[in-house]
Design a protein around this ligand. Sequence first.
Ligand code: NAP
Length: 288
Amino acid sequence: MTEATVIGLGEMGSALAAALLRAGHRVTVWNRTAAKAQPLVQQGAVLAPSAEAAIGASAVVIVCVSNYGATRDILLAGNTAAALRGRTLVQLSTGTPQEARDTQAWAQVQRAAYLDGAILAWPSQIGGAETTILVSGAEAVFRLNSALLRDLAGNLTYMGEAVGQSSTLFSAVLSYMAGRWIGLCHGALICQAEGASVASFGATLASLAPILGAESKHLGEVIESGNYGHPESTLKTAGEDVERLVQQAKEAGISTEVPAFAAALFRRAIDAGHGAEEHAALIKILRP
Ligand code: NAP
């Protein structure tokens, strides 16, 4: 028996297995494409000949593959599911809250304990003291496995018994990140069109990180409290600034796609009478 099994040895699964090995754990690994296990075998991992054998090798089975569909492909093949009986399945593939709930119910039928996690880090950060992995599921199961999981992420965060909570927060963070990535690329177009350094733009964003973080915290509190009435900068002011980005894009001959999308949302919110409120009042026009 090894202490943990890692199924899925892509960028993230390999990083998880390597972190466990670095922390001194005995680790069994399995991947559909077996060749990806070689670097880990050189670091001391045991390569199992099948997913079923990999599950049988440890009391804790961590799965990190592309998505929950890939997880099902692995666990529903042959007798693999039966091997989970009495073991703890830790799902670290990215999914939706509903997929987490469905997988918990499925694991229960297999008589396996289940934890659902979400990784808020790049593979190179796995094992770091400040690395965050969110975990939800039965508290007793979390406590039993928290020492092992903390070797993956120093900032291991328990989200509670409701198993969909980790992927809920992950999805919300990803939504924020998606906006950032899109905004960064349009900002880079602006810089390039005007001969400004895109690397300096990135550095400026990095220097603004604490302010942007504080703003996110503030807007979260505004939405939770429903108190949109005391803005330092109104939604109308921001909306008009964003509309000016459309003008700038036309003048520079670059794509207007991103600012036009953003400006249309702000315009709808202003037209709906929210111009004097906090920027976060945009949420009011996004609700059904
Ligand atoms: P990846 O490098 O593309 O690896 C995908 C893994 O899934 C491989 O092991 C692949 O096996 C396996 N796989 C896919 N479909 C499969 C199937 N039908 N049957 C069996 N195995 C299958 O992706 P990754 O970056 O490691 O991401 C893995 C998970 O971590 C994802 O859910 C991702 O959202 C999450 N995550 C990643 C990051 C990141 O920065 N990379 C950050 C946070 C969360 P083969 O090798 O055989 O193709």
